[in-house]
Write a new protein. Structure first.
Lengths: 231, 320
């Protein structure tokens, strides 16, 4: 069997950052404490900004610096801040029965969820390999990882039974998509990227509202309450 | 230095280094752990005294236990003395018996030792020993696939599955170190080592809390020289696993490139220093985390499995 040739130091480093993004996604999937889930989301966003800076420096795409700065200020600082404030507000004002900082249990045990997510991520890897998309700025593996991040985010939204985790799943899904945008379209017009970022802010606010409304009605953040229809 | 050591002697020295150095590494870890907790702690050489004391004691066996119970510590010890022949303990080049088995071969021999100890624990009829044996095998069913995937990563990275080849590949260029497959496999192996050596977050190493015991519970009924062999064997297993992590994956530097006397002596000192350094890291982890509940250990091993599988997946597209 032939050995797989090592990537260049740039490609290896970029792949390591991309793998870090994927591991942060898996971390969110496993993490039971909502506050730490928000922290992991901030770390994941920071990694994506770091990757954008690495690409900007190594591939000479100066507008990526601006994008990295904007996305860091929004996704590392603003969105987690909004989420944390919402969590605190929900917890302090209405400490109803059933409200704790711990998320509701998922549909499967943590270990089984991780195994399922590994299978889904593997599907992402193989499907990208079949597509044969090549990028001029980043290695193919980074694209496969970005698809895996999006798929694992979907698993997170499906498997967790609390609104906060589902919101974080949605927001980190956007992180996966910005990672793939970085790979296949690093030179995307800046105005589009910025528009996406502000979409994200709107999404965060909408989710915040949903969390509040749901908590106000159900006295809990668990979506298990929603299975019973009421006229 | 010019005096050359004959290869067979270097081979014997590999085994002797592991056999003689392993209690020292255990002692350093125990000492570092105690210092981190603000205690003075035992002497660094305490494990040697413990083993010597046990060798002088009388050996007792449960009435119903058969010869398997008494043979198991010897089988385990023989296994632990064999593995250092196969892995790069002191040299960068393969010694005459170094190609006798690959990483999987070494893994099989280590599992054989664990199997012997487990069977002996089942022989005793002691509930604690049997509990430990059953738990050890339950979780090993999850950690062994992790080791397999780590071997797959090694095979994809080097084209062989010889530990010497991977160490040489890692030394070859910086690109080999930053590739994610290598980092993921090393991290997964480190988690398996924490499990295999019975460290926090899997098991508390010192003390005998029956609720959480896995590895520690198995030699419950052994005594005297047999217990000494088991204790020594588990110290050797710990050092062997550290050597695999250090000299194959993380830091294969400081090994002897030739069989000259100076280089070999330097390699022995470097190995023990690196193992003690890793031991201090393990002691810091021991003091920074809480022990996981028994039912949460699958989450820990699933995490290790995740890292190892991702390592193989990143290699799949040729970019890992």
């Amino acid at each position: 069997m032939a050995a797989v040739a090592p990537p260049s130091v740039f490609a290896g480093g970029a792949n390591v950052i991309a793998v870090g993004v994927l591991l942060a996604e898996f971390g969110m999937l496993r993490q039971a404490v909502l506050r730490d889930q928000v922290r992991l989301y901030a770390a994941q966003s920071a990694l994506i900004s770091a990757l954008a800076i690495v690409v900007a420096a190594a591939r000479h795409v100066p507008e990526l610096y601006l994008l990295a700065g904007l996305s860091a200020s929004l996704k590392v600082v603003a969105v987690p801040l909004v989420l944390r404030r919402l969590l605190r507000g929900v917890g302090a004002e209405r400490a109803g029965p059933g409200w704790t900082d711990i998320a509701g249990t998922g549909a499967l045990s943590v270990a089984s969820t991780v195994l399922l997510a590994i299978a889904v991520a593997a599907f992402g890897f193989f499907s990208v390999a079949a597509l044969r998309i090549h990028s001029p700025v980043l290695p193919d593996t980074a694209l496969a990882i970005s698809v895996a991040v999006s798929l694992v985010a979907l698993v997170l939204m499906i498997m967790r039974r609390d609104v906060v985790s589902q919101a974080i799943g949605f927001l980190s899904l956007e992180n996966g998509i910005s990672l793939s945008a970085l790979v296949v379209a690093a030179g995307l017009p800046l105005i589009l990227e910025v528009a996406f970022l502000f979409d994200l802010l709107v999404a965060a606010v909408v989710f915040g509202l949903l969390i509040r409304v749901h908590h106000g009605r159900a006295e809990s953040v668990s979506t298990a309450e929603l299975t019973r229809l009421r006229g | 230095m010019t005096a050359a050591v004959p290869y067979p002697l270097v081979q014997v020295l590999q085994v002797l280094t592991v056999a003689a150095g392993s209690p020292l590494v255990s002692g350093v870890i125990a000492r570092a752990e105690a210092r981190l907790q603000g205690r003075t702690g035992p002497r660094v050489l305490q494990p040697y005294y413990d083993i010597a004391k046990l060798f002088r004691k009388e050996a007792l066996a449960p009435e119903d236990a058969s010869w398997v119970f008494l043979a198991a510590p010897l089988v385990a010890m023989a296994c632990y003395l064999t593995v250092p022949l196969l892995i790069p303990v002191l040299t960068t080049f393969g010694l005459p018996l170094g190609y006798m088995g690959d990483i999987l071969g070494g893994g099989f021999i280590l599992s054989l030792a664990s199997f012997a100890v487990t069977v002996a624990a089942l022989e005793t009829g002691d509930p604690y020993a049997q509990l430990g044996a059953s738990r050890a095998k339950t979780f090993a069913a999850i950690t062994e696939p992790v080791v397999l995937f780590v071997v797959f990563v090694v095979a994809l990275v080097t084209g062989t599955d010889l530990p010497y080849a991977l160490a040489a590949t890692v030394r070859a260029s910086a690109g080999q170190i930053v590739r994610p497959a290598h980092l993921l496999a090393a991290a997964a192996l480190f988690m398996v080592i924490l499990y295999e050596t019975g460290r926090i977050p899997v098991e508390s190493h010192s003390g005998t809390s029956e609720f959480g015991m896995i590895e520690e519970a198995r030699p419950f009924e052994h005594s005297g020289p047999y217990l000494a062999l088991l204790r020594w064997g588990s110290a050797m297993k710990q050092l062997i696993l550290y050597v695999i992590l250090i000299n194959v994956f993380v830091a294969p530097w400081g090994l002897a490139a030739s069989a000259s006397l100076g280089a070999v002596l330097l390699a022995i000192a470097a190995l023990l220093a690196k193992a003690a350094g890793l031991g201090v890291i393990v002691a810091v982890i021991d003091n920074s985390f809480a022990k996981l509940r028994l039912f949460k250990i699958t989450e820990f091993t699933a995490g290790a499995f995740l890292l190892a599988v991702l390592g193989v997946l990143t290699l799949y597209l040729g970019g890992g």
